[in-house]
Design a protein around this ligand. Sequence first.
Ligand code: ZN
Length: 325
Amino acid sequence: MNYIVLDLEWNQGGEDAERQPVFEIVEIGAVKLNEQMEQTDEFHGLIRPQIYHKMHRVTGELIQLDMEMLKEGETFVEVMERFLAWCGDACGDVSAGSACEQFIFCTWGTQDLTELQRNMKYYGMEPLSGGPIPYLDVQKLFSIAYEDRKIRRNLEYAVDYLHIAKDVPFHRAFSDAYYTGKILAQCKDPKVLRNVSYDVYYPPVRREDEIKVQFDTYCKYISRQFADREEAFRDREVVSAKCDICHCNIRKKIKWFSGNGKQYYCLAYCEKHGYLKGKIRVRKTDDDKVYVVKTTKFITEEQAGEIQRRREHVSQMRKKHRSGR
Ligand SMILES: [Zn+2]
């Protein structure tokens, strides 16, 4: 399997930011790494803008590209067709589920594959895959390998931390992909690489395509798409709490509740394995459907008490709100 390490530069609208997509991709850079994570190939593509014809002030300062340079580029569709052919045969095959078998995309952070697919949709291109795309978020892997698993550093921080030679300037798509590849090569402990992410620009459509993965410290479930939140919460799989070890449905001590309507929590208890915390985030798609990402993990009795207190706090706020105070 190859690793396709990808980086994009994009421009955004100023006064006409209403136009879709908000971010117009103007450059694609990538490196291909083999199984041993040695670089075997590289890709550059400069894109002639078709949506925004002025460089946004902030973007222009950041990415060292100007409109004159971009006018030399190819169209987005031309660059993408070249890019997908370069990635390998698997990704040219757009039938659901079969894409990306021979390589895995790798990016710094969580945004690139979403913006890539949003731009592809804008130009009427076939989707990369019929559903979520597994990828390696190297920013996250760096945190797991070298820091606390949570903190997100910028690319240059990680480059300095790992004493990687800074031989090309930052903030061009190719150089950022190149550095991301170098960082990835230093995160190749299989325990680290197990932490695959999913880009959910296209959520699963069918129940059987829903995603369930077990990581070292938690489990993740990505539901199919629903018309709205109410429909999602009527689904038994969505609202279930399963023990991460015995995988059976377990009793909820505290049913799903939310303080802000975005994140929901529950507390469940397995007779054999103890307290389990469930968290649901409700996400919207570009066409106003919803899907949920649910994570479950074991927690201590004290942490269970913390959820209990949060639940009580939410009830009190509701009461106050209802009585008009
Ligand atoms: Zn259990």
